[in-house]
Ligand binder design. Structure first.
Ligand SMILES: *Cc1c(COP(=O)(O)O)cnc(C)c1O
Length: 454
């Protein structure tokens, strides 16, 4: 066998061996970063090594520092596992090595991504003519959509950003909710919108923007306007009332952007679609496939209602780039990139629309089961309305809550992560993994129960 085939076989063995340990290994890593640096670090040796040997050593050395993210009991942050078809497709993507920015260069992967984009628009109930740009994640999707938004609202105000730049441009009013995701602020910062230029609208106890507060905010001020709304708050899972909020922003000639990293997927479930009602009226949407859809990192989508708005912001003038209609690189800030949308195509094809709906419903049902089980533990308080996949809970004091969070990680059965909500320490449990079973939830509840009792 040649070196490449032996290396690929070693990778296959290493991957399946790792996946086989997920059921029993502690979910939190056994090694620290410093221990991992000691294992894999040191000066670069002068002589090379056979590829299969490199891969075997890599798999063995990394193992103690790996997190059980693809298993059924990782509930930290909002992170998904990986569906079998998506994982295997991801391997093909690397083997194919297609630079997927251009339709002329890589027709197979561009077609697969285009179809994946169409399927997603349909599932999410968004306009079928929107542009879908595949980016690394929802952070970049927020950035990409907001770059298109800024370009468009300035163009409507008679200012050509590509030509004249930001200096001297009409100020853009940038309006966000109090419980927006931090990636919105970072996207704004990268776009040259400072903290002092952001207007924050009050939200309610679950983190939903108050329509009356948005109305009041927009009464004052004029000029180019961007309003950022949210489907799926990371602590509570709450959804902004898009049907009420989007018309208010549009009456004020605003561009509406929706950050729906994991929440927009509620639209794919007939039982939960009411949560995103009204979403289709927005002007741009950012979402992830690597969270709720359970594909490997990196896979976010920047969706813009009018493709002309993405093209105006992103098409390059490089004359070596052959124009062949709408190219992937026309709608995102990137040129060369892997075919990151192909695993999303494979995930969608393996599930079918009914499978996607069933996945979302199961994640929601898991959240309800977890919340019910947690609430039944003496001293545990569930803090949010569990409308979707997020469960937020705490013990009586901040100190006890933080201690419980640390104890869960050390005990190893599951991972939940700590956060702050309205000035209180909380723990968050996100149901994002297709792998999670009722038994995983019961094992987790049993572990939390005995840690709380101790
Ligand atoms: C996760 C998340 C993001 C950032 O997405 P990445 O894929 O981590 O870049 C943005 N907004 C919300 C609401 C999120 O949950």
């Amino acid at each position: 066998m040649d070196e490449r085939s032996r290396a690929l076989e070693a990778a296959h063995r290493g991957a399946t061996a790792f996946l086989a340990t997920l059921e029993e290994r502690p979910v939190w890593p056994r090694a620290t970063l410093d221990e991992m640096l000691a294992t894999v670090g040191g000066p670069l040796p002068q002589d090379g090594v056979d590829a299969a040997t490199v891969i075997e050593q890599l798999a063995a050395d990394a193992d103690p520092g790996l997190v059980g993210i693809p298993g059924g009991r990782f509930f930290g942050f909002v992170i998904g596992s990986t569906l079998p078809a998506a994982l295997a497709a991801d391997w093909l993507v690397s083997a194919w090595d297609q630079n997927s920015g251009s339709a002329m260069l890589t027709p197979a992967t561009v077609a697969l991504e285009r179809v994946a984009g169409q399927w997603m628009l349909e599932l999410l109930g968004l306009p079928e003519t929107a542009s879908v740009g595949f980016v690394t994640g929802c952070q970049l999707a927020n950035f990409t959509c907001l770059a298109a938004a800024r370009h468009a609202v300035l163009a409507r105000a008679g200012w050509d950003l590509a030509d004249r730049g930001m200096r001297g441009s009409p100020p853009v009013r940038f309006v966000v909710g109090a419980d927006r995701h931090g990636s919105i602020d970072r996207a704004a910062r990268l776009l040259g919108v400072g903290r002092a230029e952001i207007t924050v609208v009050d939200s309610d106890a679950q983190g939903r923007m108050e329509p009356a507060a948005l109305e009041r905010t927009l009464e004052h001020g004029e000029g180019p306007l961007i309003v950022c709304l949210q489907s799926g708050e990371v602590h509570t899972g709450a959804f902004d009332d898009l049907a009420a909020l989007i018309p208010i922003a549009h009456r004020n000639a605003g561009w509406v952007h929706v950050d729906g990293a994991f929440g927009l997927w509620a639209a794919a479930s007939p039982a939960l679609a009411h949560l995103t009602e009204g979403a289709a009226a927005a002007d741009s949407w950012a979402t992830d496939a690597h969270k709720t859809l359970n594909v490997p990192y990196d896979c976010g989508m920047a969706i813009v209602r009018d493709p002309a708005d993405s093209i105006a912001a992103f098409r390059t003038g490089g004359d070596y780039l052959v124009y062949t209609g709408l190219d992937p690189w026309d709608v995102t800030p990137e040129l060369s990139r892997r075919a990151r949308g192909v695993p999303a195509w494979a995930a969608l094809r393996s599930l079918g629309s009914s499978g996607v709906a069933a996945l979302i419903d199961r994640l929601h049902a898991n959240a309800l089961t977890m919340a019910e089980g947690l609430a039944a533990i003496d001293g545990v308080q569930v803090m949010n309305d569990v409308v979707y996949t997020q469960v937020m809970f705490r013990l009586e004091t901040d100190e006890a809550t933080r201690a419980l969070g640390a104890a869960v990680l050390a005990e190893g059965t599951a991972v939940v992560t700590g956060a702050e909500w309205r000035g209180h320490a909380v723990l968050r449990c996100a149901m994002s993994s297709w792998v999670t079973t009722r038994q995983d939830i019961e094992r987790t509840l049993a572990a939390v129960r005995s840690l709380v009792a101790a």
